[in-house]
Design a protein around this ligand. Structure first.
Ligand SMILES: Cc1cc2nc3c(=O)[nH]c(=O)nc-3n(C[C@H](O)[C@H](O)[C@H](O)COP(=O)(O)OP(=O)(O)OC[C@H]3O[C@@H](n4cnc5c(N)ncnc54)[C@H](O)[C@@H]3O)c2cc1C
Length: 319
């Protein structure tokens, strides 16, 4: 739309936003995020900086992320890389070395990591440094830390990939959100993620984009006349929609795509906060109830292999 093209959006649900909207409130006056709640990558994204919103939508917690352990200890991911390093004792210097330089250059780095990794990177040296953490299996990177508690903190963030943690390239998500967090924090959105989506929709509407809800696209014939169709849907849906017009091997590749594990989400309305054992946990926007490095690695492996873990990785949002 910014380039002057006419854009029309077709959405199957009655409401726009997909996973990035507010859900039906549990109690009157309570705002809940339907899926996406905490936004280190969005807060660091040039897209939102260019959106020119009337006021900043981001609200930062005092502590970005807490990882409580069974013995009552809690490991903290703070916005400042130095403050985080202090809390990590002997591992602090390594945490600072791993994430300090990338987070200080996050604005430049995000130009490369928030777009498809094809073509020539704009900042190859920065990307190479970041890639050293992103490319290695997280369990290997974790071995760089001497203490179990630091390894637990790192692997808890790496587990956002919903993948086995002993595979290469799985570290990209964790490295991305730790680096973005040290640059901009792990904020939530004032008024819920849905209000950010509404702001985006307003901006797009002002640029002439039109939206249609309640219409599921099942085949190409369902689309209005167009020059270019961009299908931002599941690969299986692409195979269904484009059907016979795709080369056979391409269609088969879309059909073969294996979705990652599902997430199960529960919403609680809590009066007065959660009575955590370690008091700092209550001041964190995100809490990883994930246990030791071994427990995190085993739980992620179980999920990916289709078994229900004894102690699943639980990600708590305390918006
Ligand atoms: C429980 C949960 C918590 C999460 N928490 C976070 C978080 O804290 N931070 C974060 O950054 N991310 C989070 N995410 C991930 C985030 O929600 C997704 O990455 C994001 O919503 C993906 O956006 P999308 O537009 O690609 O897909 P979606 O949000 O899934 O949107 C796809 C849209 O396409 C529509 N559609 C599908 N098929 C058709 C069709 N055939 N015709 C027309 N319309 C169709 C759907 O109705 C939907 O509205 C979370 C996800 C889950 C499930």
């Amino acid at each position: 739309a910014a380039a002057g093209l006419d854009v029309h959006v077709v959405e199957a649900a009655e409401e726009l936003g997909g996973g990035a909207r507010n859900s039906e409130p549990l109690l009157a006056g309570l705002i809940q995020d339907h899926c996406a709640a905490v936004h280190p990558m969005a807060a660091g994204s040039p897209y939102f900086a260019d959106l020119d919103l009337p006021e900043s939508p981001w609200r930062l917690p005092e502590i970005d992320c807490a990882h409580p352990l069974d013995d009552g200890d809690v490991v903290l991911l703070r916005r400042s890389v130095d403050d985080t390093a202090v809390g990590l004792g002997d591992d602090g210097w390594r945490w600072r070395a791993m994430f300090g330089p990338s987070s200080r250059s996050f604005a430049a780095l995000s130009e490369d990591i928030l777009r498809p990794l094809v073509g020539i990177p704009r900042h190859p040296l920065l990307l190479a440094r970041f890639g050293a953490v992103a490319a290695l299996p997280p369990v290997w990177t974790a071995r760089a830390f001497a203490q179990e508690r630091t390894r637990a903190l790192f692997l808890g963030v790496a587990a956002h990939a919903f993948q086995r943690l002993d595979l290469p390239l799985v570290g990209g998500i964790g490295a991305g959100i730790i680096t973005a967090g040290h640059a901009v924090g792990w904020p939530v959105v004032a008024g819920g993620t849905g209000s950010l989506t509404s702001a985006v929709i307003d901006r797009l509407t002002a640029r002439g984009v039109t939206f249609e809800t309640g219409r599921r696209v099942r085949s190409r014939r369902d689309l209005p006349p167009h020059d270019v169709a961009m299908l931002d849907v599941h690969p299986h849906a692409v195979a269904e929609i484009l059907g016979g017009s795709l080369p056979r091997r391409t269609a088969a590749a879309f059909r073969r795509f294996r979705p990652g594990p599902a997430a199960f989400k529960v919403e609680f309305a809590v009066a007065g906060g959660v009575p955590w054992r370690a008091e700092e946990t209550g001041r964190a926007g995100t809490v990883h109830l994930a246990g030791s490095p071994q427990e995190i690695t085993a739980a992620e492996r179980d999920v990916v292999e289709g078994r229900m873990p004894e102690r699943p990785f639980v990600l708590v949002g305390q918006q």
